[in-house]
Design a protein around this ligand. Structure first.
Ligand code: SER
Length: 602
């Protein structure tokens, strides 16, 4: 079964069960200060899992592109990926444990759908901890479906609880489904958690019952929800009897594009070391293509999502260099990715030119860096060889890194080729000092976590609506939101406008926003079609994908006599008076034709 088939089957199955298909969202979340990328299928649905109504109803199904960079250094082995697709079905206060498990079982085992033999399956349920009891309810449903007791494992919180790591958000116990990849279970008690390592997780049903608040308390949700996630890559792997995602049709054309330019030709599978480099390039360029092809694409840079992108591209280039590939070789790999995935993600096709341009530019720049670094190393070499201990100082290696951006791994490689070792401890020390000094913004890039929906970020979110309206009143209707980013300390708002704002304009905008706050306008929400929303005068983000039915937030006295009206998923405060005082701290250029405002509420 191909990934395309699995995607369609999943959506079709849940449609027969009364689910509405919704669009997956951008890889780069808006209004979420805690993460750089969408890390799970549930991520864009957080407000709905916490109680907001979804315009498409109570039963939803979708597929979502995700990026997790926590394991970036493990990419290269046969299983790790930075980019993956997640299939998900959602119940917003509709079915709960029984309904979710019955549907999961039917989809997995029915010959009409995946047709996996029951003997190959095992499940886990929450063992119970603190106030939350052992999940006998889920276990009973699994047993009724035909999963024997010896294929049900009761595991603790670290395995069977899904929710934000250290952040706020919806969470609860989960029940995970595993597929046995061996020939026969190794013994009577062989089930997930068994040390044979042959049980692969393919799907997770999360029973959202709590909201973890900013104080770390688990507050029961008024409306219990179900969030499920099935990894496409893993499921395709097991359905095709493979043990590595890189051996599936998903990666076949990408790997072919990576191996094509290797001098002298190469067949994937011939040499473990080269295969590892090929997997790294395949994964990283697939991720980079999706980031660059996103409607909210970023360019490679030294901060935030742009830094992750840069790191992915550079690591790929370095491994290409190891394989002896020269020239402009990244765009053809991206072309293979676009070709393979544009059917499900049409944005890749519309972003094609930008993807190719950015990859070419960053790839070329870094390739030059590599060459310069090598040249410098060769200049150092005669002196280095005089050292009888055959040790290259870590400070020298750090200089290559700091001055030329030459990666330490490469210095080590070059040193090894000349019979030397690098003093890694000394390098690490110099590197650490440098990091402390430069408050490396990029490192935050690798932390996970979930949306922050605390009161303060909700207030800032409402303030973005007031600000957008005020900017349009003062500067004109050409002003359109181009992005926003909120933390508990401030908001940032990017918008289209060709010139710096004058002091007077800034003052006027502040006054208008504060006037709207003082008027304590009620905030109301209505669900309607996108056309109706536009006819009603609502602002919608250009280039954003919307469902058939959208939510429209109105801030004002009535649907006709209002201050602001925007298509938006929420959440928002109920009265603008809750915002406090609004002040613009900075107005500057963000990029060509885009201005950026930094503002605070106090
Ligand atoms: N949130 C859960 C996961 O990511 C299920 O979708 O595994």
């Amino acid at each position: 079964m191909t990934a395309d088939e699995l995607r369609s089957k999943y959506i079709e199955f849940f449609k027969t069960k009364g689910h509405a298909q919704i669009q997956g969202k951008s890889l780069i979340p808006e209004n979420d200060p805690t993460v750089l990328f969408t890390t799970a299928g549930m991520h864009p649905l957080v407000p709905y899992l916490l109680g907001e109504d979804h315009p498409a109803g109570k039963r939803l199904v979708d597929y979502q592109k995700c990026i997790r960079t926590g394991d970036i250094d493990s990419v290269g082995d046969p299983s790790h990926l930075t980019f993956f697709e997640m299939l998900g079905n959602w119940s917003l206060g509709d079915y709960f444990k029984e309904g979710a498990i019955e549907m999961s079982f039917e989809f997995l085992t029915s010959p009409q759908w995946l047709g996996i033999p029951v003997e190959k399956l095992a499940v886990t349920v929450f063992k119970g901890e603190g106030d939350v009891e052992r999940d006998d309810e889920s276990a009973a449903v699994w047993k009724r479906m035909g999963i024997p007791e010896n294929r049900i494992a009761y595991l603790p919180r670290e395995d069977n609880w899904w929710g934000p790591a250290g952040a706020t958000g919806p969470c609860g116990p989960d029940s995970e489904m595993f597929y046995y990849v061996g020939d026969a279970p190794c013994g009577y008690d062989c089930k997930p958690g068994c040390s044979c390592g042959k049980w692969l997780e393919i799907w997770n049903d999360v029973f959202m019952q709590y909201n973890k608040d900013a104080g770390g308390n688990y507050v029961p949700l008024e409306r219990k929800c179900v969030d499920t996630g099935m990894g496409i890559e893993r499921t395709v792997t097991i359905l095709n009897g493979k043990t590595s995602v890189y051996d599936t049709e998903i990666f076949a054309p990408i790997i072919a594009a990576v191996t094509a330019p290797i001098p002298g030709g190469y067949t994937y599978g011939a040499c473990p070391d080269k295969d590892r480099s090929i997997r790294i390039i395949s994964d990283h360029i697939r991720s980079a293509t999706f980031i660059l092809g996103d409607p909210k694409a970023v360019s490679p840079s030294n901060v935030g999502a742009g830094y992750v992108l840069r790191r992915l591209i550079r690591r790929a280039v370095r491994h290409g260099h190891k394989l002896g590939i020269t020239g402009n070789w990244l765009p053809p790999i991206a072309a293979a990715v676009v070709e393979k995935f544009a059917g499900s993600y049409p944005e890749l096709e519309s972003g094609r030119a930008f993807i190719m341009e950015e990859l070419e530019k960053e790839g070329r720049k870094f390739y030059e860096t590599l060459q310069k670094g090598e040249h410098e190393f060769e200049k150092m070499l005669p002196n280095l060889l005089k050292n009888p201990k055959k040790i290259m100082s870590g400070r020298l290696a750090f200089k290559l890194y700091d001055t030329y951006g030459f990666p330490i791994e490469l210095t080590e490689e070059l040193a090894a080729e000349n019979g030397m070792k690098v003093n890694r401890e000394e390098f690490d020390e110099a590197f650490k000092k440098h990091q402390e000094l430069s408050r490396a913004g990029g490192d935050q890039a690798f932390k996970g976590g979930l949306a922050d929906h605390s009161e303060i970020t909700t207030r800032y979110h409402t303030a973005t609506h007031l600000l957008q309206k005020a900017l349009r009143m003062v500067l004109g209707d050409h002003v359109a939101q181009k992005g926003s980013n909120i933390t508990a300390e401030r908001m940032r708002f990017d918008f289209s406008h060709g010139a710096p704002m004058t002091k007077e304009e800034i003052k006027k905008v502040e006054d208008i926003v504060n006037g709207a706050i003082k008027a304590d306008l009620p905030v109301t929400v209505q669900v309607m079609s996108l056309d109706e929303a536009k006819n009603a005068g609502a602002i919608a983000l250009f280039g954003e994908k919307y469902e058939n039915q959208v939510k429209v937030y109105t801030m004002g006295k009535s649907p006709l006599d209002y201050f602001s009206k925007e298509v938006c998923g929420g959440p928002h405060v109920s009265h603008t008076g809750e915002l406090g005082k609004f002040a613009i701290q900075k107005e500057q250029s963000s990029s060509a034709g885009i201005r950026r405002i930094r503002a605070v509420l106090s």
